[in-house]
Design a protein around this ligand. Structure first.
Ligand code: NAP
Ligand code: HSE
Length: 429
């Protein structure tokens, strides 16, 4: 059989690693997929940059859309990133030309996944994205194929390596947020714009793709409640430990009475449960299903090797002639999910108030919570000199999100706090 000719647009952390695998192991991989792999075209912005791999035989395209339109390729691999052009235009051009597409670009698929999947499926082409969710963990394949016969009740996990690296390194080393973020960038974990990581949007991109495959609906990015880790302080990380929890940025999608609930936010995860022990750049995904029960998947969520591993699994599928609908169900049959409102979410919370230590302050806080029927499970106050600002930490019993938001607004209105209260939802798995 002839070699599978691969074109890659984007030769950064992921693209250069994929190019290296194909150039150095393309012939050997024929024993896995029945065809040798050959790198025939590449594109990036800076032709002079050293990519750490010899690209000699591959044709260089300054314009990635031109590569997609006219290069001698059997598969187009988009590794530039970004929800818009040139990534979108290049993927559309490859599909229009009848070339299957592989991408690691969750932003692109979260925004335009259904339209692109419809276009690809109408032409009988693969549009694969294993690397877009949870790096090296083959979670798209697990949900779409291995668990394909299940009714998934809930899928959730740690989906951003940069945030998990920051949270766990801050905890273990005491280093600052900014310092650890800079290190995550140097290691190739962060997005080109790292506010996507720390603001929770990268997790939301991934969650809507996971939820689409899990629940058989179109990705609904605009319906996800999104909070990032910017306001998680070393003090919260320390208090979490005292109460028997660790703070993780989670993406959670579940079937609830009102429809599908999708949320991304920092959460208190109980020590001793699988997600609590996931450290560094590792991700983990849990799927709760009717037939298989609960299954847990853990692995490196970002970085050159793990992400290239996932991209290459899609390349091997194309070489083997394996093609599945992008989101499991054919794209023409999937519609937007019925979305449950975040206000209706019910759960316990960790609350941290910064108050001036004076008589009656705790009574004011308790009153505001009691007015919304929120009951306190435990409380802790660190003392300093009277008159100084001190943290008061409370763990509540379950209450609705709406009540919690009203109670916190009431606290702020009383004037007893010196800064915005910190609220971190508690998850019990
Ligand atoms: P990156 O290191 O920033 O690389 C981006 C590449 O795209 C660079 O080679 C850049 O060229 C090229 N590029 C950007 N704009 C271009 C344009 N207009 N024309 C031609 N080439 C252009 O990004 P990355 O970390 O490899 O990520 C690539 C994709 O994989 C993104 O969608 C990202 O979300 C996804 N992803 C990344 C990881 C990870 O761990 N890094 C994990 C999973 C998924 P120059 O090199 O010449 O500047
Ligand atoms: N920036 C992403 C992360 C890359 O840190 O998880 C993997 O998608």
């Amino acid at each position: 059989m002839t070699a599978l000719r691969v074109g890659i647009a984007g030769l950064g952390t992921v693209g250069a690693a994929v190019a290296k695998i194909i150039v150095e192991n393309g012939a050997a991989l024929a024993s896995r997929c029945g065809r040798a792999l050959q790198l025939t075209a590449v594109s990036a912005r800076d032709r002079a940059k050293d990519r750490g791999v010899s690209l000699g035989a591959a044709e260089w395209f300054a314009d990635p859309v031109k590569l997609a339109q006219s290069a001698p390729i059997d598969v187009f691999v988009e590794l530039m990133g970004g929800e818009g052009d040139p990534a979108k235009a290049a993927v559309e051009a490859a599909i229009a030309r009848g070339v299957p597409v592989i991408t690691a670009n969750k932003a692109l698929l979260a925004h335009h996944g259904v339209a692109l999947a419809k276009a690809a499926e109408a032409k009988g082409l693969a549009l694969n994205y294993e690397a877009a969710v949870a790096g090296g963990i083959p979670i798209v394949k697990a949900l779409r194929e291995g668990l394909g016969a299940n009714r998934v009740e809930r899928v959730y996990g740690i989906l951003n390596g940069t945030c998990n690296y920051i949270l766990t390194t801050m905890e273990s080393s005491g280093r600052s947020f900014a310092d650890v973020l800079a290190e995550a960038q140097r290691l190739g974990y962060a997005e080109a714009d790292p506010t996507f990581d720390i603001g929770g949007m990268d997790t939301a991109h991934k969650l809507c793709l996971l939820a689409a495959v899990a629940f058989g609906n179109a990705p609904a990015l605009d319906e996800i409640h999104v909070e990032g880790i910017e306001r998680v302080s070393p003090m919260d990380i320390m208090f979490a430990r005292e109460f028997g929890f660790r703070i993780k940025l989670l993406g959670l999608a579940s079937r609830v009475n009102g429809g599908i609930e999708q949320r991304v936010h920092p959460a208190m995860v109980p020590l001793g449960t699988p997600l609590a022990d996931v450290d560094g750049v590792f991700n983990a995904v849990v799927a709760d299903c009717n037939l298989a029960g609960k299954s847990v998947y853990e692995g490196r969520g970002a970085g050159a090797g793990p992400t290239a591993s996932a991209v290459m699994s899609d390349v091997l599928d194309v070489a083997r002639g394996v093609r599945l609908p992008t989101f499991g169900a054919p794209a023409v049959h999937i519609g937007r999910p019925k979305v449950a409102s975040m206000g209706a979410h019910v759960g316990a919370c960790y609350l941290r108030f910064t108050v001036i230590d004076r008589p009656g302050v705790i009574a004011v806080l308790s009153r505001c919570l009691a007015d919304q029927s929120i009951s306190i499970e435990s409380m802790l106050q660190r003392s300093r000199s009277p008159g100084e600002a001190v943290p008061v930490v409370m763990i509540t019993h379950e209450a609705s999100e709406l009540s919690m938001v009203k109670a916190l607004s009431a606290v702020v209105a009383t004037g007893v706090v010196t800064e915005q209260p910190c609220m971190i939802r508690m998850e019990r798995f």
